[in-house]
Write a protein that binds this ligand. Structure first.
Ligand code: GDP
Ligand code: MG
Length: 440
């Protein structure tokens, strides 16, 4: 499923490698490839459009975190949006005593999955048993028993009993010593009223801890209809999508189920009893994109963003000295063109010379060299910087006195700007950084 996605995305992302700004054409290319792959996987058109739009705007508008390249920035956004599409944080599987009621149409893979899940809990060390409550399909009990025999998992059933409720009651009695009981129920070829009323009755009788729905991945986006109907009947709290190995429509089934609000707990990926995988959307998408280290990349980015925020907020506290400016020069510069920021602030009629606002990275380095020639007292109290000190600093740094004065002027403007930001209330530093971030 979604097989083409990994490779076409990689090609599209290659076009962004080494770039310093996010290129609109490259993002459009990437979004187009992504759309094609998702539509082929039978993901709903509306969902695809929503996702494309989110990727496009976020890629172009959000500022890449410090130290992160354009390619990684876009990849991170694609990853987040895909994880969201298939369900974000999914329902948990807890390893404790519980009763699980299995629901689903005939042929969806319910009986196979019942045995797979029983084996899953059994291998985690829980005493597990299964009940066959399928009175509709001949040989249902034999099938389940055979599937469970490999691990000696007890299987209760009575092929001669036509009443599913009685079988379930007897089964719960017989398995009273086990910790996890999984009940396999009957299915029909279509959603019928008596199928639904039977599952409602069993659900009420057994007080199941979980009600899990088994859905065939080949249904694609039609999976949402089944998920919705069963959910209305018995409040499904987990979905297993089977036969992911045999269809290209898995993406459709996954996103359709996610849309209904029922989390996907497992994925069936083959006919044998061991072909069951816990579904976690982030790991799933990482593997899909063929990038095992994606999660750590995303964590790194989030870390960098958090650090950036701390930097900026420290600007807002206490007195703003040259020492603070030294430490924050880069953060200040990242806020974007100083002139634009200044124009939004109450500067008390102070005029701002063009060259002072235009702080390039070369100039920033120069400012640092100049500040290195200052004494701690000067850095902490810039007001003591008179004519003779300016000349001494200039000599020490190998720059002209005018350059030292320019630095002091820049500092004063910054100081006033920070004061304005502190007092202004309505000025939000972060919002401002976002706004100006991309404009340098
Ligand atoms: P039920 O009618 O819902 O109980 O479905 P069954 O468990 O009897 O499965 C129906 C068919 O689907 C069987 O042939 C299974 O072997 C097959 N099947 C179930 N799960 C999977 C899966 O994840 N992958 C594949 N390829 N086949 C599966
Ligand atoms: Mg069955």
């Amino acid at each position: 499923m979604l097989d083409g996605l990994g490779s076409s995305l990689k090609d599209a992302l290659k076009k962004l490698a080494g770039k310093t700004v996010v290129d609109k054409a490259a993002v459009d290319d990437l979004v187009r490839d992504l759309q094609r792959a998702l539509l082929q996987a039978d993901v709903n058109v509306k969902l695809v459009m929503r996702l494309s739009e989110a990727i496009r705007t976020r890629s172009l508008e959000e500022e890449p975190p410090k130290g992160m390249g354009v390619r990684e920035h876009v990849l991170r956004i694609v990853y987040h949006e895909l994880v969201n599409l298939v369900g974000g944080d999914t329902a948990g599987v807890v390893l404790e005593p519980q009763t699980i009621l299995m629901a689903g149409l005939q042929g969806s893979g319910k009986t196979t999955t019942t045995a797979k899940i029983a084996r899953y809990f059994y291998r985690k060390g829980l005493r597990t048993g299964v009940i066959c409550a399928d009175t509709f399909r001949p040989g249902a009990y034999e099938q389940l028993k055979t599937l469970c025999s490999g691990d000696n998992i007890p299987c209760f059933g009575d092929p001669d009993e036509p009443d599913a409720m009685k079988t379930v009651a007897a089964g719960l009695d017989a398995l009273s010593g086990t910790e996890v009981v999984i009940i396999d129920t009957q299915g029909r070829h279509a959603l019928e009223d008596d199928l639904i009323s039977e599952i409602i009755a069993i659900n009420e009788a057994v007080h199941a801890t979980h009600r899990w729905l088994v859905i065939d991945a080949a249904l694609g986006q039609q999976a949402s209809e089944q998920a919705r109907r069963f959910h209305e009947a018995i409040a499904i709290d987990g979905v297993i999508i089977t036969k992911m190995d045999g269809t290209a429509k898995g993406g459709g089934a996954l996103s359709a189920v996610s849309e209904t609000g029922s989390g996907v707990v497992f994925i069936g990926s083959g006919e044998t009893i061991s072909d069951l995988e816990r579904f976690e959307s982030d790991g799933f998408i990482s593997r899909l994109l063929g990038m095992g280290d994606l999660r750590s990349l995303v964590e790194r980015a989030e870390q960098a963003m958090a650090e950036e925020e701390v930097d900026v907020s420290s600007l807002m506290k206490g007195k703003f000295t040259l020492r603070d400016m030294y430490g924050q020069l880069e953060a200040i510069n990242r806020m974007g063109p100083l002139k634009q920021i200044m124009s939004m602030l109450p500067m008390g009629g102070m005029s701002i010379p063009e060259d002072v606002c235009d702080v390039t990275s070369v100039k920033m380095e120069r400012y640092k060299v100049i500040m290195d020639s200052m004494t701690p007292a000067e850095l902490d109290s810039p007001s003591i910087l008179g004519r003779s000190r300016v000349h001494r600093i200039a000599r020490g740094a190998g720059r002209s006195p005018d350059e030292v004065r320019e630095l002091i002027k820049y500092y004063k403007i910054m100081q006033r700007a920070i004061k304005g930001l502190r007092g202004g209330g309505k000025f939000n530093m972060q919002r401002m950084m976002k706004k100006f971030g991309g404009m340098q």
